[in-house]
Design a protein around this ligand. Structure first.
Ligand code: ATP
Ligand code: MG
Length: 542
């Protein structure tokens, strides 16, 4: 059972924006979660704080079955505190005024305003120790401006996905180290679950109802939310899944460091993208398609006009000349599509904005057809597609509803397949993402493999011999294919240099790439000679 230390707890309290003056030093409150829920016989394999001192997590294992469980240990309100909480919630809702200006941090705003209101009412609400007020304010913040019951899960950087399959069912998460885990959280009745989900959907600026039970939305913080509301289509009750967004997105350097890409592979994509090649990422659910696409996009020339088209906003580019288009669901009833703006419409309209590069987050339907039309007219294109391998992707692309003519398939120049696989490293078996292979589409059903993952050595084997794309790029530039391969070598060196110098955040990486685009020879010479390099920051800190 995890016990909080006094020092840690006070440090946690200091991090809160709320300041409460302790009247009596001996009374200094040290709220502690009291974990009564770890059943006997289970082994604690990991524990860490999520929001000190209010919530912690303990990961336990059943030694008999080997199964892991994620136990959220959160400070709960006692019945007396719950009563005050309910009343204070009503007062807060009535008294907190809408901010006059746009607020950047709603939690901070709420904490400050709530503190003022609590000070005003704390006497009339009856005496409670300071510790109780901390807990009440924590719960009020969690439920009013946070994500409610799952707020603590949203704070856990190890969680990739959170999913609830219905009422009275454990919430499940995907944990970076332990993979799929059952949690001790569940929604006990339809009303609580439905209210939570309605609130989440409202936070995303959308609407959900029995008439419109399916919603895909983007929560504050860019977390992707998918909802099936009430028992309209989900007999177990409302279901939802959240794909958590990383505040610090994986850059291409991160993906090389964790072995998903090789540096040579990234350098190859860099040269190809500069020459307007089109790239598609394939993979199963949560294989890392969008992450790979986003990381590769930073290799596109900085001044290029990029249009991204998605159902929910997930992509995060460093380019200045970037337009993000998001599709919209219909608000009509009875099968009418009134008000709908589909991916198809967006891809079509984007052509009028003269993009150098069109990025479609995920192709599924007719929009693929328009994307290939765009490729045919000389635009660059990138996309992801849910498919296990190139053959099944091509089969789907050429059948309904995409119906792309086989003669158009080679317009997609490069296709990479990414997979989540298990590897034993340092005696520990864990899930990793690896690019399984990279193929150039030379003609319909004629593929040239440029990279292949070797599972025994865990390396990406390269073969440019049969590459037609590099030959075409060389011809267009009036140089030899060897010269292009040498350029790939130089860029590989730049990427390796970034790794050595620990330049990894997507903004820093984008700045180096911009510098290389601007002065390739000078830059390469400088890093070869070990001279200090200060790139001009094209990506400003916001
Ligand atoms: N190379 C990687 N290494 C480690 N984690 C990764 C990697 N790529 C992605 N992830 C993590 O895996 C999760 C899923 O990633 P992502 O959204 O890119 O997958 P996807 O294939 O696009 O999924 P979907 O099919 O649901 O759209 C995210 O939490 C992401 O941070
Ligand atoms: Mg995706």
């Amino acid at each position: 059972m995890p016990k909080l230390h006094l020092k840690e707890s006070l440090a946690g309290l200091k991090k809160l924006k709320i300041k409460i003056n302790f009247k009596n030093k001996d009374e200094a409150p040290v709220p502690q979660p009291t974990l009564k829920t770890v059943p006997k016989g289970l082994k604690v394999v990991d524990k860490y704080p999520l929001y000190e001192p209010f919530s912690h997590v303990v990961i336990v294992q059943n030694p008999k079955t080997g199964e892991h469980k994620y136990i959220l240990d959160e400070l709960q309100l006692d019945p007396l505190e719950r009563g005050v909480y309910t009343r204070i919630l009503e007062i807060l809702l009535a008294e907190i005024e809408s901010p006059k200006e746009e607020i950047l941090d709603p939690r901070k705003f709420f904490a400050e305003e709530a503190k003022k209101i609590v000070d005003k009412y704390r006497i009339s609400l009856g005496w409670l120790p300071d510790v109780s007020w901390y807990k009440i304010l924590y719960h009020a913040e969690r439920d009013l401006v946070g994500f409610g019951k799952i707020d603590s899960l949203m704070r856990d950087p190890n969680i990739e996905d959170i999913s609830c399959d219905g009422v009275n069912k454990s919430v499940y998460i995907w944990h970076r180290n332990f993979e799929s885990l059952e949690t001790n959280l569940q929604f006990d009745d339809d009303e609580t679950l439905d209210n939570t989900v309605v609130k989440l959907v409202h936070m995303a600026g959308k609407h959900v109802s029995s008439a419109f039970p399916i919603v895909d939305a983007s929560l504050p913080g860019k977390h992707r939310l998918a909802v099936c509301y009430r028992r309209e289509i989900t007999p177990f009750g409302t279901a939802f899944t959240i794909r958590k967004f990383r505040e610090d997105p994986y850059s291409i350097i991160d993906l090389i460091n964790i072995g998903t890409f090789s540096d040579e592979m990234a350098a190859y994509f860099w040269v190809c993208l500069e020459n307007r090649a089109s790239i598609m990422v394939l993979g199963g659910t949560a294989a890392g398609k969008t992450t790979a696409l986003n990381a590769m996009a930073c290799l596109i020339r900085p001044g290029s006009k990029i249009i991204t088209i998605e159902e929910t906003a997930e992509l995060n580019l460093s380019h200045e000349n970037w337009v993000s288009l998001i599709s919209r669901q219909s608000y009509g009833l009875g099968g009418s599509n009134v008000g709908e703006v589909a991916l198809f419409d967006l891809v079509k309209t984007s052509m009028r904005h003269r993009p150098d590069m069109l990025i479609v987050g995920e192709i599924r339907g007719q929009e693929a057809y328009v994307l290939f039309q765009a490729l045919a007219t000389g635009h660059g294109g990138m996309a992801t597609m849910h498919a296990e391998n190139l053959d099944s992707a091509v089969k789907r692309l050429t059948s309904k509803p995409m119906e792309i003519s086989p003669s158009y398939i080679p317009l997609m120049n490069i296709v990479l397949s990414i997979q989540r696989i298990h590897l034993v490293k340092n005696g520990e078996k864990k899930a990793y993402r690896r690019v399984m292979n990279v193929n150039e589409i030379n003609e319909y059903e004629n593929y040239r493999q440029s990279f292949k993952w070797n599972p025994t050595k865990d390396i990406q084997e390269v073969d440019f011999e049969k590459s037609v794309l590099l030959t075409n790029i060389a011809e267009r530039q009036g140089v030899t294919k060897e010269a292009i391969i040498e350029e790939i070598g130089r860029r590989k060196y730049v990427l390796q240099w970034m790794r050595e110098k620990n330049i990894r955040s997507y903004k820093d990486v984008a700045n180096i790439i911009a510098e290389y685009y601007a002065r390739p020879k000078d830059f390469y010479k400088k890093i070869l000679s070990g001279e200090e390099v200060k790139p001009i920051a094209v990506i400003k800190d916001t």
